[in-house]
Design a protein around this ligand. Structure first.
Ligand code: GN1
Ligand code: MG
Length: 367
């Protein structure tokens, strides 16, 4: 999009300072993101984002959730006497016209937040930063445990495994782009089927009332965290999917990205695998800050969560491949299949480490 057009969008928000330049930022697969540079050193820079309205049908709900979450976290940080709070929680800028945290231009939804200076994002983590990431997500869940508003479900059934399998079965039945009969697809479908019962146990426990939902982040990829130059987590970003869910979401989705030896779309399946050093460090950090509120059933099922997310992502990528690549941006025709296959290989590796994971969690609890 033209820089001048972007400038008129930014002007709709209550910004401080003079906007000098706007340039693309990051590599999100869902939203489009730009950095907004202001002329004055005394004024903050900003991040401008176009929210993908197809993925998030109710942007108003997304932004009300985010407003509630960031306000609540800011209050907690103030109450705890923390320093440097502006770098530890996002601040969204209200629109001049109506004070809402977004504006609509030509049917597109835009929002603006303060750019966090001197922060680092990572595509991969070492054990030390994973331990801190574990603590950070445990803290994030703990801080939001007493948020006084009921958060909306910004994507209905987002991490509902039963629903994701139904979606896949539905596209298999319709086969809109004629990919279902590829032998590689058939093989993957069989593997998915063989695990479907085990992988949907969270939904069953939820229905039986033995597994609670808590406010979760629901997109705890490594690159959704900002670190300072000492390798410590400053804050958690990308809050669109913050909603009530089983805690498995945050635990499992971090490991899905953080503990894979390679990126989720690496096509060399022999390089894919689950890094137990990352698992151990992250689990230790997470339990340190979360064990005060986790139920035994949640802790016991952490290894299940580590398997669930590669499985779910495999199902989701395969669903998109069979649907004709409408959800994730693809660089080449097989891209979504490669992603699905990569996640399946990660799952195999996770499965092979089950006993070791269980033993490690027991050890952590005995400490
Ligand atoms: C999407 O937007 P991004 O890249 O952080 C997706 C996640 C997937 C991820 C896979 C709203 O996350 O659930 O795990 O891609 N977010 C949504 O790369 O679908
Ligand atoms: Mg992201």
């Amino acid at each position: 999009m033209e820089e001048n057009q972007l400038k008129t969008i930014v002007a709709q928000f209550a910004v401080e300072g003079t906007v000098e330049r706007i340039k693309p930022l990051g590599e999100g697969l869902i939203n489009d993101t730009y950095k907004v540079l202001t002329a004055e050193a005394s004024e903050p820079d900003y991040v401008l984002q176009r929210v993908n309205h197809n993925v998030f049908p109710d942007v108003d709900m997304v932004m009300r959730n985010i407003g509630a979450v960031t306000d609540h976290i800011r209050q907690k940080l103030v109450a705890a006497g923390e320093d440097d709070i502006e770098r530890k929680v996002l601040r969204f800028i209200p629109a001049r016209a109506d004070g809402k945290l977004y504006t609509i231009v030509d049917g597109q939804y835009w929002r603006l937040m303060v750019f966090i200076p001197r922060a680092i994002t990572k595509q991969a983590v070492d054990p030390e930063s994973s331990r801190d990431a574990g603590r950070a997500f445990g803290r994030f869940q703990a801080m939001l445990a007493d948020i006084p508003v009921q958060l909306g479900e910004t994507i209905k059934d987002f991490h509902n495994m039963e629903f994701r399998l139904e979606q896949l079965r539905d596209v298999v039945k319709r086969d809109p782009v004629g990919r279902v009969h590829e032998p590689q697809v058939q093989r993957l479908l069989q593997e998915i089927d063989a695990r479907a019962h085990e992988m949907t146990k969270a939904e069953r426990m939820g229905r039986e009332g033995t597994l609670p939902k808590r406010v979760c982040h629901c997109d705890t990829k490594v690159n959704n965290m900002m670190f300072n130059d000492r390798n410590e987590v400053l804050c958690v970003i990308d809050l669109d999917t913050v909603m009530p869910n089983f805690i498995f979401s945050d635990y499992g989705d971090f490991l899905r990205t953080g503990a894979n030896y390679v990126a989720e779309d690496n096509a060399d399946m022999s390089a894919v695998g689950f890094n137990m050093e990352i698992f151990k460090a992250f689990t230790e950090g997470y339990l340190e800050s979360a064990r005060q509120f986790l139920l035994p059933v949640e802790i016991e099922n952490l290894p299940y969560a580590a398997a669930l997310f590669p499985y779910m992502q495999c199902v989701r990528f395969l669903w998109d491949y069979l649907s004709g690549d409408k959800y994730w941006k693809c660089q080449y025709p097989e891209h979504n299949f490669v992603r699905a296959n990569n996640q399946f290989h990660l799952l195999l590796s996770v499965e092979s480490h089950y006993p070791e994971m269980q033993a490690f969690i027991r050890e952590c609890l005995e400490k």
